[in-house]
Design a protein around this ligand. Structure first.
Ligand code: TRP
Ligand code: SF4
Length: 363
């Protein structure tokens, strides 16, 4: 079947099992227990990986390793982005060297975003929220694709020789200049931490949503073809994408679909009250049949973000299924939880300024 993951299109995965088989992504089930201190591992939200064994080994045996990921500045920082942020912070606690890329060139080429605007969004939306969520400045390299060191650009260009035009077509489909440049920049992003100027060859993990897998396949292939660099193919983890508030995708371009972490806590948390639930048409029916948490965005929000405690979450699920918990009450509770979280987060955002400055200076 001629089916591709398009990192610049919209990716909605109906069947993760099939996707894993097709692209050779391994199951992350075996890490659910071992790394149960991260909600996303514990609850299977990180469903797949490539070569994560190397990273698990580095964590457990205190060997050097790095975490590298990036974001294309597009708009407000929302709950869907929070996953990568929490993963970055978790790897930092596990002692990884941290590399975070602001893909301003990618958003310029692929989303028509002016570079100065992309820069502003990367700092005020992404980096500030990362710091508010707990990112520390130690061992963090944060850069813009448009403004970095020469060794990085050299690697992006050298990498171009290790892949043919037809291979690129096979991975990405119809090509444009923007796609080619963005893909090779991303290869440079992913591989450059292993250059001697940036710490030398070592395991690198790239936590991403599944839509980024084509870039990982390309980077891994190129890493093993490059002569003289001794690169270790980068590892990856893949998380599922959270639904938007009305179902479908959570997208920066649709305010109805997201909860912004930079927005007003009251306004944002109110959005929960009109989210798509797994409730029944009438109260009577719900009391009799129960709700369907598996189809409920409110439950999903608690599962991904708002309820850390497994027991509390299980109670919510079973009370919903039995018809004891009704959607009105449930949404109100969830909205209150969210408002509290966002209000605290706002405070941390205000305090984040100095650390953000520090990170920007230590490139
Ligand atoms: N392409 C990514 C996105 O759309 C951003 C990105 C750039 C990235 N470089 C990266 C992600 C390196 C992971 C690793 O958001
Ligand atoms: Fe969703 Fe809560 Fe309604 Fe169940 S009771 S369907 S979890 S909103």
């Amino acid at each position: 079947m001629d089916e591709r993951l398009d990192p610049w299109g919209s990716v909605e995965v109906a069947d993760y099992e099939r996707l894993m088989k097709k692209f050779g992504i391994e199951s992350a089930v075996k890490y659910q227990k071992k790394f149960n201190d991260l909600i996303y591992f514990r609850r299977g939200i990180i469903f797949g990986h490539r070569d994560f064994g190397r990273i698990a080994d580095a964590i457990e045996n205190r060997k050097r390793f790095a975490m590298m990921t990036g974001m294309m500045p597009s708009g407000t920082f929302h709950l869907g982005h929070k996953m990568v942020a929490d993963e970055i912070i978790w790897f930092q606690k596990k002692k990884a060297d941290i590399f975070i890329c602001a893909a301003d060139i990618e958003s310029y080429l692929m989303r028509d975003m002016p570079l100065d605007k992309a820069r502003k969004i990367a700092i005020e939306e992404y980096l500030t929220n990362y710091v508010a969520l707990g990112l520390k400045p130690e061992n963090v390299t944060f850069w813009f694709q448009s403004d970095y060191k020469k060794e990085y650009y050299r690697l992006c260009d050298i990498a171009a020789k290790e892949v043919t035009f037809n291979e690129l077509k096979g991975i990405y489909g119809e090509l444009t200049n923007g796609k080619i440049i963005s893909a090779l920049k991303q290869v440079g992003d992913i591989l450059h931490p292993q250059l001697k100027e940036f710490g030398g060859p070592r395991p690198v993990v790239v936590p991403v949503g599944t839509d980024q897998d084509p870039h990982l396949r390309l980077s891994r292939d190129i890493s093993s073809r490059l002569q003289g660099f001794n690169m270790i193919p980068p590892s990856a983890t893949y998380h599922k994408l959270m639904s938007g508030l009305q179902g479908g995708k959570m997208s920066s371009s649709k305010p109805d679909s997201y909860i912004s972490l930079s927005g007003n806590p009251k306004t944002e948390s109110k959005k929960v009250l009109s989210a798509k639930t797994g409730g029944r048409a009438t109260l009577e029916e719900q009391k009799k049949l129960g709700g369907i948490p598996e189809q409920c965005v409110v439950y999903e929000m608690c599962f991904y973000h708002l309820v850390e405690d497994d027991k509390e979450l299980e109670e919510m699920r079973s009370d919903c299924k039995s018809g004891k918990l009704l959607c009105g009450e449930c949404k109100k509770k969830c909205s209150e939880k969210l408002e509290k979280f966002l209000a605290e987060h706002q405070k941390k955002r205000v305090e984040a300024g100095k650390i953000v400055e520090k990170i920007l200076k230590q490139k």
